[in-house]
Each structure stands twice: as structure tokens, then as C-alpha cells.
Design a protein around this ligand. Sequence first.
Ligand code: AP5
Length: 224
Amino acid sequence: MNELNLVLLGPPGSGKGTQGERLQEDLDLPYWATGDILRAAVRDETELGKVAKEYMDRGDLVPDEVIVGAIAERIDSAEAADGFILDGFPRTVPQAEALAAKLEELGRALTAVLLIDASDEEVMRRLGGRRTCVENGHVFHIEFNPPEKQGVCDIDGSELVVRDDDEPEVIAHRLSTYHEKTEPLIEFYDHQSLLRRIDGGAAPDAVAEELRRTLATLKIEDDF
Ligand code: AP5
């Protein structure tokens, strides 16, 4: 397999970020999470961040044209020569079409879309207990993955906080946005035989193992 061009798809809180960081280590590929890119833009008060903030605080998606350019320029960089892992992009059918057009322009294509699925109830539990470090966005959970010292990031020692969009009413809105705008991508990619389903409701190590098995299967399919 020459390159590995992967998309992580799934509802908010299904564990895309948790698994994305592990995959990045395993595969040594660039990992771009649009939520992280947008939060950094908000923090740095860039033009992108100024536009994105009000949408993110409400739990709405930022407009397609705002995010498509940010991803297209990354895919078109030398860093992505061996492949990439996208987390949180695409999130709408127009974004998926823009991604396909950009890849076609570069003579490339997606290898697979990994759907990490979880029920709405599980999402509420996970996001309600998530704690995120202010410096680098490292993720913990008060019950499922607690830090050694309460309120302090194990990795860089910075403060752990509740993300603005992890308040219960915003979580509910993010979920309904997911069902309306992002879930149609499941059929979109299934039609193209790109979709691989992963049970995100299992424990983090079990999810990681299923992802590894799925990626190994892709390699075997490619060898024949
Ligand atoms: P984004 O940051 O992408 O949010 P999201 O998709 O809602 O995903 P999350 O980061 O909330 O969850 P996750 O799946 O990564 O779960 P995690 O691993 O942290 O986007 C934020 C906003 O940006 C959007 O609302 C939108 O406004 C905007 N945006 C982003 N991309 C956009 C786009 N393409 N177009 C338009 N707008 C865009 O895990 C969650 C918790 O569960 C953690 O506490 C973790 O420790 C725990 N956990 C993880 N796995 C497990 C497990 N297996 N068992 C138990 N606990 C687990």
C-alpha cells in the first residue's frame, strides 16, 4: 500500500480523538482534527477563529467554505505525501465532495473511512465527564480515564477544564447536528465501499485493537 488516506467518522464523543492520537503514533502519519484546528484558531484570535467561535459555542457546524480550505491546503502539503488521518472532516456531504475533488486533483483517493460509532446515551456520559487540558488538548474522563491528580494533565501538567461545548444542552445540540448533517455520510461512503464500522462503545483498548485489525485487513485486500 503506497499511501494511507484515512478519515475518522462518528458522533461527538465516540472516541475519534482518543483513537486518532493512538493511530498517529502507530502509523506515523499526520493527524488533523478539525475541532483542534478551530479551537487553536479561536484561542489565537485569527480570522478563522473569529468566524468559527459563535458556531462552535452553539454546537453548530462552521460553514463548509470556512473549513474546506484549511484541510485542502494540508492535504496538498509535503507532510501528507505518505497519507493522513482526518478527524472531524468531512462532516457534511458538500465537505465530502470537496475532499474527493481535491484528492482527485492530486491523483489520489481515500483508502478508508473508519466509522467509530456510539449511542447517544454513551455520548452524553462520555462528554459529560470529559476533561481537556488547556495547553495541548489532551483528553481525560473523570470515570473512564481519570488523570493521576484531579484537575491536572498527566502529560504536560496543565489545568484540565470542561470544554465550552461540553455543557449538557450544547452536547444535545451537537448530537442532533450530527444526526442531521453528518450521518448521511455513512451511506455516502458505504456506497463507495470505503466505510469500515468500528464499535466505539467498547473500552478504549478494545476499540484500538479493532482499528488495528481493520487496517490489517485493508492491507491484505490491497495485496491481492
Ligand atoms: P470536534 O472537536 O471535532 O468535536 P466532536 O466531533 O464533537 O468530537 P469530540 O472531540 O467531542 O469527541 P471525540 O469523538 O474526539 O471523543 P474523545 O476521544 O474526546 O468539533 C468541535 C466543533 O468544531 C464542532 O461542534 C463544530 O462546531 C466545529 N467543527 C469541527 N469540524 C468541523 C467541520 N468539518 N465542519 C464544520 N464544523 C466543524 O472522547 C470523548 C470522551 O470519552 C473523553 O473523555 C475520553 O476520555 C472518553 N472516551 C473515549 N473513548 C472511550 C471509550 N472507548 N470508553 C470510555 N470512554 C472513552
